[in-house]
Design a protein around this ligand. Sequence first.
Ligand code: SAM
Length: 321
Amino acid sequence: MDDNVGTGGHVPVMLERVLELLAPALTGPAPVVVDANLGLGGHSEALLAAHPALHLIGIDRDPFAIEFSTRRLVPYADRTTLVHASSGDLAEVLDQAGRPLIDGALFDLGVSSPQLDEAGRGFAYSYDAPLDMRMDTSQELTAERVVNTYSAAELTRILRHYGEERFAQRVAGLIIKERAKEAITSTKRLADIVRDAIPAATRRTGGNPAKRTFQALRIEVNAELSALEAALPAALDALTLGGRVVVLSYHSLEDRLTKQALTARTKDTSPPGLPVPLPAHQPRFRLLTRGAELPSDEELARNPRAASARLRAAERIRVDD
Ligand SMILES: C[S@@+](CC[C@H](N)C(=O)[O-])C[C@H]1O[C@@H](n2cnc3c(N)ncnc32)[C@H](O)[C@@H]1O
């Protein structure tokens, strides 16, 4: 049977490794896992199938993801709670679900295949579409609003910080100039402006020059990093003893935030020079991965979209007294 029927051929990234890492935490009589990036429900479905007693709380800010996964997970409806929310509100979601403690958490960050592939959502520079890029289609801020109203300084900061765009100032400058003539409302016009702003010599290398600008705008529109900054600590705090978290990130900023959040909790924070370590300063977590793990060559051959994936995981080894 084709496992991808109705999922547009979408393959969950590093699925076997995610299952393997979470499994030891989900063996109890009534384990609870949070999938903070439900998407098409691929990882969630596999977790529910592998653990017959598991209750899964799935969160996504994209209403289409919730709708799709609700249908996909019908066979497990009595064991799932699917919530349209930002993972930034994870603590509230858990409280409202009446499950403040969890045994596992999965973050599969970033955009989903349908978000990229549905031209009308405006995430992709390869289609001409309105400049939208909202994961949550009910929010007000769109990429169009960012591009047409932010100051040159704000645009430069976003492009440099979130897109790691070397020519951030030039791109922002040309955006300001062009929008003065006529509002920039389409992905194609923006991609053309970016291309014109980047020196011809560098344009020939490094793929489509619009890639970095589109990534930067997407992160800004969806406040992706601030959501992760709130969500990951909330998930870690909610984990029971032996509970595990797995994070799949797709660009260096997400991976850096993840690494920082995990390492901060896996360190002994006792003041240096003490003869015996202080119990209250002992690490509450241990890392389950050495550095960031990458997808195998075999997975990359099957699923090129896994290319930028970086996986980190940790386990709760102490709870507060
Ligand atoms: C890579 S996809 C997840 C795919 C999923 N693991 C699967 O197997 O189908 C990422 C999903 O996270 C969602 N998302 C991104 N940021 C979010 C946030 N802050 N809160 C909730 N959902 C978010 C996106 O809407 C998207 O559906």
